[in-house]
Write a protein that binds this ligand. Structure first.
Ligand SMILES: Cc1cc2nc3c(=O)[nH]c(=O)nc-3n(C[C@H](O)[C@H](O)[C@H](O)COP(=O)(O)OP(=O)(O)OC[C@H]3O[C@@H](n4cnc5c(N)ncnc54)[C@H](O)[C@@H]3O)c2cc1C
Ligand SMILES: Cc1cc2nc3c(=O)[nH]c(=O)nc-3n(C[C@H](O)[C@H](O)[C@H](O)COP(=O)(O)O)c2cc1C
Ligand code: SF4
Length: 674
């Protein structure tokens, strides 16, 4: 164990026999979109090198396909030729130059591939895909195994220290293993032994090809969370077989993509799924890696200290902060920019074919173009508004050497994040606020709270940045002044009393948050794994295949109607990878969600509305307005009127509800240019 550190388990080396990793931290695999982008390899080299410099023990790249059919989409990254391998040299050289180690993940998308040439053990369409896969013939299965082995060999040629075989999350290998997706009657289907022949052969033949001194990680689906998934006994048996086949390390995979239980969202308690890996500890002698929502060194240390795993994987935390390990090792964990599990700039981007980044760290995957270099001309800069836009701008500009004064009318920094953090499941925003608080202090920003700023106060500054945020929009509805009507700030920030029957007007992100806040049973599920699993139907005794059980939810304290004027599906504008979670949550809580509503009037009888041409009255006690926001530009307009130029960022520039991502990105980019 590493002595003299709060993280003795996390920072202790891991001996793999032929090589020793410096600590127990694995940077989990993330396909970031640079794999297919122009100059993507140079950009990935910079991205991974920064993480290697930050001290991570072993990096695993995003998934790379071993053949055409295994690509995520037409044009998706593959490694099938020496020419393609040569491109990867940029990455491996850059990582090695920083003293790091890197393994390449081999990922065959199977029936999740988004192209016509997709393949699977059986011709069964995935519920989340429009395509029916082609069933692999026996010789095609053989060829696919050969493709995996050749891919690993090419990865070695490219300079990687190892490969990770992606065997979980419902991709091709998982599809062979689960009876639900494998209906074959040949030697690749039927018995569990037959269904697991494919992964066993892949690992065995990879080991044959790459030799003994090459890391082979196998990512094992330890908890499928789908009906017809593996049992615990089957998972343990496969782990042993995979070890025997030649794996160096076994990593944990949780939940298929088509599973309807959240596994990585912010509402998942930290480290909640590490119990699964613990069930395998002792069953094999190779190191086991656990992960999912481990986002602080404290949680990682605790997981290891409790013997839940030998090593911890963190994927998104390395988007949020490349220096995670170095900061922990230096005893400066409070300076870590913590991943809040929002998925807004990472997984949502992946699923929209955009390059991954990070809400709290817009430099992630943009290392070569968003550079905060020291300024040659230090200026005195006033930043007005300490919401995420102003905070990002202030700390980044200070980092460059400017002298910053940051004003806010409120008593604390954070702007609307102070409201967001009160929504159950959004507690992680506290970490963002802590991060900025520490950064402001470390970078010597002069913070002036409780200070409402007017144009006259800003004469002495070289530059003025206006980050004054938004004001809630009040719709023109007859009776909007009725005492039953309140705003979302009244409810979330000021704690005004709310009745038992409620209409929430506006089903954007804030409307959903308010509905969740008002129907929350107070069980604190996002902080307590037991409660979380009970509510979502995960069986931690692992008695049934797939680890599922019937969800149990508390009675919600209120009856809520979530309404919107738009005729689109309620919640259509929410995050691509998290919207379904919010919709499911509210459905479980009996919230009625109605689109295409016209609000007629509000009076003592309640909310009068028209839906599908039919007038009705909702006899509610409280109406909560979540009907959008307007940019707050009074200061900007006063400055402009006085002939001063100012920079407008964040919600004050474009008011767009849940938009801390744009606010932080814009603030950081402005700081890079000032
Ligand atoms: C309930 C809720 C949940 C949310 N959840 C999410 C989420 O999950 N993801 C996401 O991306 N976004 C979320 N948001 C939205 C996010 O908080 C905003 O997009 C973001 O805060 C906008 O940042 P900003 O810096 O532009 O403005 P703000 O955060 O609004 O900050 C503006 C600041 O300027 C100050 N100010 C204004 N005028 C003056 C003046 N003249 N002098 C001094 N100070 C002044 C204000 O006091 C305020 O602190 C949520 C918002 C709410 C309300
Ligand atoms: C943008 C993004 C891309 C991902 N791509 C892959 C991938 O290519 N292969 C893989 O096995 N997992 C992939 N994952 C899943 C991560 O490896 C990890 O399991 C997940 O993010 C949960 O861990 P975390 O909470 O530490 O981020 C991806 C995750 C994200 C956020
Ligand atoms: S975008 Fe959100 S979830 Fe993704 S890495 Fe950043 S903070 Fe974490």
């Amino acid at each position: 164990m590493a002595p003299n550190t709060p993280y003795p388990h996390l920072l202790s080396p891991l001996d793999l026999g032929f090589t020793t990793l410096p600590n127990r931290v694995l940077m989990g695999s993330m396909h970031v979109g640079l794999e297919e982008a122009e100059h993507g390899f140079a950009r990935m080299a910079a991205f991974y090198a920064e993480r290697a410099r930050g001290g991570v023990g072993l990096i695993v790249t995003g998934g790379i396909a071993p053949n055409e059919a295994g690509r995520p989409w037409d044009g998706g990254a593959k490694l099938t030729t020496p020419e393609e391998a040569a491109e990867h040299r940029l990455i491996t050289d850059a990582v090695h130059a920083e003293g790091g180690r890197i393994a390449m993940q081999i990922l065959h998308f199977g029936r999740y591939a988004y192209h016509e040439g997709l393949v699977a053990p059986s011709a069964l369409k995935a519920p989340i895909s429009p395509f029916v896969p082609n069933e692999l013939t026996d010789s095609e299965v053989e060829q696919t195994i050969e493709d995996y082995a050749r891919c690993a060999e090419l990865a070695r040629e490219a300079g990687y220290d190892g490969v990770e075989v992606m065997g979980s999350e419902g991709y091709l290998i998982n599809e062979f293993i689960a009876a639900a997706t494998n209906r074959r009657t040949d030697r690749w289907g039927g018995s569990y032994e037959n269904r697991t022949r494919f992964p066993r052969e892949i690992v065995r033949r990879i080991r044959e090809r790459v030799g003994e001194d090459f890391i082979v990680v196998y990512r094992l689906s330890m908890l499928d969370l789908v009906p017809g998934g593996s049992t615990l006994d089957e998972v343990v048996a496969l782990a042993k077989e995979i070890e025997a086949a030649g794996a160096t390390i076994i990593n944990t995979g949780i939940g298929w993509h088509e599973a309807r239980i959240p596994t990585i969202a912010t509402s998942v308690p930290r480290g909640a799924y590490t119990w699964v890996t613990k069930r395998l500890m002792g069953a094999v002698s190779v190191p086991l890696v656990t992960g999912n929502r481990v986002n602080t060194p404290e949680v990682a240390e605790q997981v290891l200290a409790e013997g839940r795993a030998d090593m911890v994987s963190m994927a998104r935390p390395f988007l949020a902060d490349p220096e995670f390990v170095a900061k922990a090792a230096a005893g400066r964990a409070e300076t870590i920019n913590t991943c809040i599990g929002c998925n807004q700039a990472c997984l949502d981007h992946t699923f929209s074919m955009k390059i991954t980044s990070c809400l709290v760290n817009p430099r992630a995957c943009h290392e070569t173009e968003l550079v905060l270099s020291p300024t040659r001309l230090a200026k005195r800069i006033a930043v007005v508004g300490a919401g995420p836009a102003g905070l990002a701008c202030a700390v980044s500009a200070a980092e460059r050497g400017h002298t910053i004064t940051l004003f806010d009318a409120g008593a604390e920094i954070g702007g609307q994040l102070n409201v967001a953090r009160r929504v159950p499941g959004k507690e992680e925003f506290d970490e963002t606020l802590r991060y900025f608080r520490v950064q402001l202090a470390e970078r010597g920003v002069d913070v002036r709270l409780n200070t409402y700023v007017t144009a006259d106060d800003l004469a002495e500054y070289d530059e003025v940045v206006v980050a004054t945020g938004v004001t809630p929009r009040v719709p023109a509805i007859e009776g909007v002044g009725h005492p039953s009507v309140v705003g979302y700030l009244d409810v979330l920030r000021d704690g005004v009393p709310v009745g038992e029957r409620v209409a929430v007007l506006g089903a954007g992100g804030i409307g959903f948050d308010v509905a969740e806040f008002l129907t929350d049973g107070g069980e604190g599920a996002s902080r307590d794994p037991e409660t979380y699993f009970r509510q979502w139907g995960v069986d931690t005794t692992y008695a049934a295949a797939g680890g599922l059980r019937t969800p149990e939810r508390p009675r919600p304290p209120r009856q809520v109607h979530l309404l919107q004027r738009k005729t689109t599906k309620v919640g259509a504008g929410l995050g691509k990878t998290t919207g379904w979670i919010h919709r499911t949550e509210l459905k479980h809580r009996g919230v009625t969600m109605v689109a295409g509503v016209t609000y007629d009037r509000i009076d003592d009888a309640g909310l009068h509305l028209t839906v599908d041409g039919e007038q009705q009255v909702l006899p509610v006690d409280t109406v909560v307005l979540c009907t959008g926001q307007e940019p707050r530009r009074d200061l900007y307009e006063a400055l402009t009127a006085a002939g001063r130029t100012a920079h407008l960022i964040g919600g004050a520039d474009i008011a767009a509800e849940l938009d801390a991502k744009r606010a932080i990105d814009q603030g950081t980019r402005l700081a890079a240019a000032l």
